[in-house]
Design a protein around this ligand. Structure first.
Ligand code: NAD
Ligand code: KPL
Length: 303
């Protein structure tokens, strides 16, 4: 049974290379025939680990291939997920499984609505990878991936493939709590690093801003029925800032490289949830507005 992977970027290539080298059948789905041709010219995916580059000639196809899809790993950005799945929906067999590796919240629900015949498994990862150039990816940070399905707590048998591939993971019985917790961490850290134009460690100079955001995020989590994700949030945010002090946050990297951010699925999602619950969170709201203005001033999409 083949894994289909859509999104041959950083995380998609990292997963594809590790699965393929463990002998698991993998098919990459590339955007169009031009991308497929460029991929064949590159000879496959190159994964760089500890300064060692190795080429993996993983099989690839375009979305209009007719091969049925039983298992689809979606590794595009949150804002591309819905459209990417729409074009593949006719190829999904009954009982197909989708593994959604998008950061933040919101995109997963939109995908699930589109493919009611499929099981959607949500994932949250602390692994880090970046693209050096097309089809060449650096495994930059070892981490952990949690997978889970809020509608069906039974783990899928193919977790064994991840084990074989050395993809460090756990089946989570409360994946929504993990996704909310990560969203809250990202909301407390990433936008401020953009607005203050600093590394994560630079936020140590703004303790009051961090404290008020954490208090409001905790209130939001409680109101959304995610009390566990609110536990010790402020302490963890301070711990992450300390542990990643030398790094630029992913949102800072996106903005400084002129790339679209996933704001809608992070701070945008948090503010929309607050509004739905008629919760007034002035610091979070002001942060959202400042970030939107900042992106617009730089000609970047505000969604
Ligand atoms: P990326 O931009 O490197 O890769 C996404 C790929 O998807 C791109 O190659 C893009 O061309 C492709 N794509 C988009 N729409 C497509 C379509 N319709 N058909 C074919 N290909 C399509 O993104 P990434 O860094 O791998 O991030 C993916 C998700 O994982 C994001 O939500 C991100 O926040 C999350 N994440 C990334 C990392 C990381 O270290 N890179 C870590 C944790 C979480
Ligand atoms: O996940 C992160 C990111 O950069 O996206 C950190 C900085 C660890 C938390 O926001």
């Amino acid at each position: 049974m083949s894994w289909h992977i859509l999104g041959a970027g950083s995380l998609g290539s990292l997963w594809a290379a590790r699965l393929a080298r463990a002998g698991v059948p993998v098919q990459l789905i590339l955007r169009n025939p031009q991308r497929l041709q460029a991929y064949h010219q590159a000879g496959g995916l190159t994964l760089v680990e500890q300064d060692q580059a190795r080429l993996y000639p993983v099989a690839a196809q375009t979305p209009d291939s007719t091969q049925p899809i039983q298992r689809l790993l979606l590794t595009c950005k949150a804002y591309d997920a819905e459209a990417a799945v729409a074009q593949l929906a006719p190829r999904l067999v009954p009982g197909a499984e989708l593994i959604l590796l998008q950061n933040g919240l919101g995109s997963q629900d939109r995908v699930a609505l589109q493919v009611p015949q499929a099981r959607c498994i949500l994932a949250s990862s602390t692994e880090g990878a970046f693209r050096e150039r097309d089809f060449r990816v650096v495994f930059a940070g070892h981490g952990h991936t949690w997978l889970g399905d809020p509608l069906d707590l039974q783990p899928p048998a193919w977790l064994e493939d991840l084990h074989q591939a050395g993809i460090v993971h756990d089946w989570s019985l409360d994946i929504l709590s993990r996704l909310w917790r990560k969203l809250a961490l990202n909301c407390a850290i990433n936008p401020l690093t953009v607005l203050h134009d600093c590394r994560n460690g630079g936020l140590r100079d703004h303790p009051a801003e961090i404290a008020s955001l954490c208090a409001e995020l905790g209130e939001l989590l409680q109101r959304c029925g995610q009390g566990e994700a609110a536990h010790d949030l402020h302490e963890e945010v301070l711990r992450v800032i300390q542990a990643t002090a030398a790094n630029y946050s992913s949102m800072h990297q996106d903005v400084s490289q002129g790339r679209r951010t996933e704001i809608t699925y992070l701070l945008g999602y948090a503010c929309a949830a607050a509004q739905r619950h008629r919760l007034t969170l002035p610091h979070l709201q002001a942060l959202h507005e400042r970030l939107l203005a900042h992106l617009t001033a730089r000609g970047l999409p505000s969604h």
